[in-house]
Design a protein around this ligand. Structure first.
Ligand SMILES: [Zn+2]
Length: 457
């Protein structure tokens, strides 16, 4: 839907208001124990459609008796301070709330005295306390939906960390699924929920901030999540938007169920940053050819072939924010092979024993270090295939294939020589390199491992 087609009335209503709300917007609790669905809205204060969609669902749930389902649905608001700013709120006041939840960011908030925290750090602390209380009272699996909208005209899509439970959870939404976002952006709330508590979590990007369709899609997706989790049956939500198949077909815009991997992020470095006006989300970009954005002293040409994703159309461009991303389609066969390999426990046991340059991280249980010399051979796609998340890696090289192979071959030759020298010296101790800041750090996906705190029974 274009800007001109949007309901003027809806746009006016969503723009004018300041939203003053409690952290806990509402809940529905079944008589019997069961799964919990946590819906989070307004993590960015100018993204109001999520708040309205969640309220719409709470309203529907209020007429359903507790003995008609099991478990719990709870709606939690994210950035109360940013939502309360008049004339449509602001994305954030001091810093982006959805970039705070890294291990270091959380540790900093917990160690500081409340008077030293900035606006979003205080929001994050309170939000974490509320979420922890919900997770602690949960009697079954916990799912979370973090509701967002975007600044550009865009079809809806979802982000998940690529685990098998998360892939399954978002399938019913019928929209494109984007993987690998957590490797580009640190401190996402869903990342903390998944890796801190074993919650199956997804970010829903429902479309443009002011598009009435965004709210509609989010309401439908919440209903589908409730049904998928097994909290309420489909017929109880019979009036639901989710049952409208035609509408659902429309959400995916021909890309329903397609899976994409984030391959590149272009950061904003100057306030005059502008993505080319004629480019739309999912437009095809050609490597070294398509001019994607311009800013003072720099023209950003696509460093790889792929599709344009989340071009920043915010009025105010803040250095450090995301300019645009490039995604590439992941094919179905790859996903099926990947699902099989993830369940192949022997592989995960063998990897640090047999693969050259791969060893356990002495400082962090469950993580592996990959010698940087072999990284060009392994590439991120290969680790993703095996179900590994890359926590840190060297800069994106965007090398041609022959250069990767060449560099990798030299690395492997050096390793074999090292091993021979090691044997000659009477032991392998001196062969494996000490951990270095250049190593890639990888680990299996929390939700794919059987011992996740919240594992499927
Ligand atoms: Zn957002």
């Amino acid at each position: 839907m274009s800007t001109s087609e949007r309901s003027q009335q809806f746009e006016a209503s969503i723009r004018d208001e300041a939203i003053h709300c409690d952290r806990l917007l509402g809940s529905w609790t079944g008589t019997n124990p069961g799964p919990t669905l946590i819906v989070i809205c307004g993590v960015h204060g100018n993204e109001r459609a999520g708040v309205h969609a969640a309220e719409e669902i709470l309203n529907q749930l209020s007429s359903i008796a507790p003995d008609q389902g099991k478990g719990r649905v709870v709606v939690i608001a994210g950035n109360l301070a940013a939502l309360a700013v008049p004339e449509g709120g602001v994305r954030y006041l001091d810093r982006d709330l959805n970039r705070i939840f890294s291990e270091a960011g959380i540790a900093q908030i917990r160690a500081a005295s409340p008077a030293d925290l900035d606006t979003e750090q205080r929001e994050a602390l309170e939000l974490m306390q509320t979420l922890e209380a919900e997770i602690a009272r949960a009697s079954g699996l916990v799912y979370a939906l973090d509701l967002h909208t975007v600044s550009a005209e865009s079809p809806p899509f979802v982000f998940v960390e690529d685990s098998l439970p998360a892939r399954e959870f978002v399938h019913p939404f019928g929209v494109p699924v984007i993987l690998g976002f957590e490797e580009e952006l640190h401190g996402l709330l869903i990342d903390h929920l998944t890796n801190g508590y074993g919650v199956t979590a997804a970010i829903l990007e429902a479309g443009h901030h002011d598009d009435e369709g965004s709210q509609h899609f989010m309401a439908a997706a919440i209903q589908r999540a409730i049904t998928y989790a097994g909290i309420l049956s489909d017929d109880l939500l019979a009036e639901s938007i989710a049952s409208d198949e035609e509408q659902t077909q429309g959400y995916g815009q021909g890309r329903a169920g397609h899976i994409y991997d984030v391959r590149h992020r272009d950061p904003i470095t100057s306030p005059d940053y502008a993505v080319e006006a004629d480019l739309q989300p999912f437009d095809h970009l050609r490597r070294d050819h398509t001019v994607v954005a311009r800013e003072k002293g720099r023209v950003s040409v696509a460093p790889m072939t792929g599709l344009l994703f989340m071009p920043n159309r915010q009025e105010e461009k803040r250095p450090g924010d995301d300019g645009y991303f490039i995604v590439q389609r992941v094919n179905r066969t790859w996903l099926m092979i990947s699902a099989g390999l993830r369940r192949f426990t022997l592989l995960h046991w063998l990897l640090p024993k047999l693969a050259p340059g791969v060893r356990h991280d002495p400082t962090h249980a469950g993580r592996l270090l990959v010698d940087v010399r072999y990284a060009p051979v392994f590439k991120r796609e290969l680790f993703h295939l095996f179900g590994y998340r890359i926590h840190s890696r060297g800069p994106d090289l965007h090398w041609p294939w022959w250069r990767r192979i060449w560099t990798g071959a030299i690395g492997i030759a050096a390793a074999i020589l090292g091993i021979l020298l090691g044997i000659f010296k009477g032991g392998e101790k001196g062969v494996l390199r000490e951990p270095s800041e250049h190593d890639w750090v990888i680990s299996r996906r929390t939700l794919d491992t059987a011992d996740r705190p919240n594992a499927r029974q």
